[in-house]
Design a protein around this ligand. Structure first.
Ligand code: BGC
Length: 715
């Protein structure tokens, strides 16, 4: 039995047998708020203080007198991280913390499947419980503002609607397991460059329409129990001590009842932390008693400088999260670890998140019977990626690399060779050997792209440019000259492909596909899985096409960055400015074809639902496949400028060959609204709108006009 439950169960038993009445807060049948108040009233001032700051890298102190256990927080979005510390970032050296490594967040977003998000959250929640964790530090929902962002791989792409849907699915799944999710990083942590200090200036509309919606959905739809303040500053104040973000918006407007935790080392000042909305301080570079919310806070309360009511609010929020996740209750879910079910979730996310970007002459799927030899080339074919990237890295129970995945499927009748081709500081003979291998094979599978080295897809720094590293552009050009049957598989986030894309017949975007990645990739290459992933962010042709770079509004100067592009992030910029991206938002090919027909706009149900778009989707090809049908809204004459169109609905639908389904997408007033700073609220204006249905943001198949008869204003 988990020692913590033993203590609680023993305590409950004593109470039942009459030694003393069980305190109300230990009675799971009592209302949550009553339990919070009961326990709060029993705490001394010092005990309260001990609940709002760390006592190790990832824990807060226990209070044995009141049976309050030590609370464990843990990264992160992609699984339960290995234990570190207790007082340093060095691995704790345990042997029981090899866990299920899910694909990176951007791969989950690329599935466009919130139900799969639920399954991933649920699996991570179960592993968290098994490992004794109480608060899981994910999901990450910062909007991809620049393709160079060092943590883009952890996030859900460039669109607030897609990010919201994926975050809600994930959080609901995770929190169903009696563990709190922690949505991060609130807010505007869109670059790693100077992340601890950079001040972000962004206009109110972009803040509300682009950067906050996923957090709001996490709070109001998923009921997330914790929010992590970001490292950066916003309008001159650090985000962990930002009155406007934390008190005004999060706790005021959105009525968030849970706790705000600092990013590790994100707190800077006792009074600001005390007054401006921080509830739990972690990772400060000082002895735990010297944290801003430890002794310095206690002293200011004792001297009357700061009110005790502020402390009580923080403690209430911490206790509320403990009760909500059944920390005190013997029936708390016990979790499970490294189960086949979790591995299968990891595999499904990878299978649905891998994107087919190009496929000329039906080079894919491969038909093994027609192949005698395959040359696998590229360092990422054998590189273990799950552990990298910093805080989101996972000590994987196992990791199937792409090469291993291929070896698992190809028997002795196919001659499969491997050649590294490139390497950091690699020698020219690597290239020569790879070219020779390519020449000798029927088909070449190149597996390259990025990795989690600092300066690529890794926390703490952004990329310097959008180029493939280690001479890969030149290598790919030589390989395709040697053998035109070249399939390029890219791990990592977006890269420029302009130097070779026109000559390479097939390209797959595999992100970081997690511990089952090699199996998933092989299933896609062989056609056992028909690709269904879609880009959650625009891939520009060249970096300078993307908005923050076109406007030279990255990475800022003199410690401050102004988001000059405002609302025009990602496809909103490319569409509004009529720029051709390399691959547009929402794009991804399938090995079957889909036909869209019969769009009808049906009246809403009289509540918030204004109109329902209904259309037929048919699989017109020979293979089963899933399509992500996307709905975009355009307003004809808005009173304030709006992006050309915006994603407001999507559905992922699996269809057998020849199968047709009628798809319905209900739209409520938020689908038509934009934020009006002068009214400090949202307005859906009386106007004509166009509703587009398509297979990507640039492949719109159906449209119809919709007239909104009366203006609606709301919060
Ligand atoms: C990261 C957070 C992470 C925390 C704890 C910070 O450096 O920004 O995302 O949860 O460390 O590891």
């Amino acid at each position: 039995m988990n020692p913590r439950w033993f203590v609680l169960a023993a305590f409950a038993a004593v109470s039942v047998h009459g030694a003393e009445p069980a305190p109300l807060y230990l009675d799971a049948s009592q209302p949550l708020e009553a339990r919070v108040e009961d326990l709060l009233a029993r705490l001394t001032l010092e005990e309260k203080i001990s609940l709002i700051h760390a006592d190790s890298k990832f824990t807060t102190a226990a209070i044995p007198r009141l049976r309050i256990p030590r609370r464990w927080l843990s990264d992160g979005p992609h699984g339960v991280r290995e234990d570190v510390g207790p007082d340093s970032w060095a691995p704790a050296g345990r042997t029981d913390d090899f866990s299920t490594a899910m694909p990176a967040g951007v791969c989950l977003a690329a599935t466009w499947n919130p139900e799969l998000g639920f399954s991933e959250g649920e699996a991570i929640g179960q592993e968290a419980r098994w490992r004794g964790k109480d608060i899981m530090l994910g999901p990450g929902v910062n909007i991809q503002r620049t393709p160079l962002g060092g943590r883009n791989f952890e996030y859900c792409g460039e669109d607030p609607f897609l990010s919201s849907r994926m975050a809600v699915g994930y959080i609901r799944g995770e929190q169903s397991q009696d563990v709190a999710s922690c949505v991060k990083h609130f807010a505007l942590n869109n670059q790693e460059f100077q992340r601890g200090s950079i001040n972000v200036e962004v206009d109110e509309r972009a803040l509300r329409e682009i950067y906050l919606p996923a957090f709001r959905a996490a709070v109001q739809e998923a009921g997330v129990w914790s929010v992590m303040g970001a490292y950066n500053q916003f309008r001159g104040r650090h985000c962990c001590e930002n009155d406007y973000l934390l008190n005004h918006i999060l706790k005021g407007e959105w009525n968030f009842r849970g706790l705000v935790v600092s990013d590790w080392g994100g707190a800077h000042n006792t009074t600001e932390c005390a007054l401006n909305g921080l509830d739990l301080e972690m990772g400060t570079d000082a002895g735990y008693d010297h944290f801003y919310l430890a002794q310095p806070y206690l002293k200011r309360i004792q001297s009357g400088e700061l009110p005790v009511a502020g402390l009580d609010d923080k403690v209430r929020r911490n206790l509320r999260v403990m009760f909500a996740t059944h920390v005190f209750d013997p029936e708390r879910k016990p979790g499970s670890f490294n189960s086949p079910a979790h591995q299968s979730v990891a595999r499904r996310v990878a299978e649905e998140g891998i994107i087919l970007l190009k496929n000329e002459n039906q080079l894919l799927p491969l038909v093994p019977a027609r192949l005698k030899s395959i040359a696998v080339i590229g360092e990422n074919a054998t590189r273990l990626q799950a552990h990298g990237g910093d805080s989101s890295g996972i000590k994987a129970d196992y990791e199937i690399t792409p090469l291993q995945g291929l070896l698992n499927r190809f028997g002795r009748d196919v001659n499969l060779t491997f050649s590294e081709g490139y390497r950091k500081n690699g020698r020219p003979d690597l290239v020569e050997r790879a070219v020779a291998a390519a020449q000798a094979a029927d088909v070449v599978i190149y597996i390259g792209g990025l990795n989690h080295d600092k300066g690529l897809d890794c926390e703490g720094a952004d990329r310097k440019d959008l180029k493939l590293p280690y001479g890969q552009d030149a290598l790919i050009q030589k390989l395709v000259a040697a053998n035109p049957k070249l399939i390029v598989v890219l791990e990592g986030t977006a890269v420029e492909m302009d130097l070779w894309l026109d000559r390479v017949p097939a390209v797959l975007q595999a992100w970081y596909p997690g511990m089952e990645g090699g199996n998933a990739l092989t299933a896609v290459l062989l056609g056992e899985v028909n690709p269904s992933g879609k880009l959650p962010a625009t891939f520009p042709k060249i970096l300078s096409d993307s908005p923050a770079h076109a406007l030279q509004a990255y990475p800022g100067a003199n410690g401050s960055v102004t988001y000059a592009e405002g609302l025009l992030v990602g496809y909103r910029w490319f569409d509004t400015k009529h720029l051709e991206p390399q691959f547009p938002f929402g794009f991804g090919l399938s090995c079957t074809t889909f036909q869209y027909a019969n769009l009808k706009l049906l009246p809403g149900d009289g509540s918030n639902q204004i109109v329902t778009a209904q259309f037929d989707l048919k699989n017109t090809g020979a293979r089963a496949g899933a399509e992500v049908a996307q709905l975009y809204v355009h307003q004809d004459q808005p009173s304030l400028p709006r992006p050309d169109k915006e994603l407001k609905g999507f559905a992922k639908i699996l269809l057998q060959p020849g199968e047709k389904r009628t798809v319905s997408m209900p739209l409520n007033r938020t689908a038509f609204a934009f934020y009006v700073p002068a009214q400090a609220g949202w307005v859906a204006e009386k106007d004509n709108f166009k509703i587009f249905i398509g297979s990507s943001s640039r492949d719109l198949r159906l449209h119809d006009n919709f007239h909104l008869a009366a203006t609606q204003s709301f919060q």
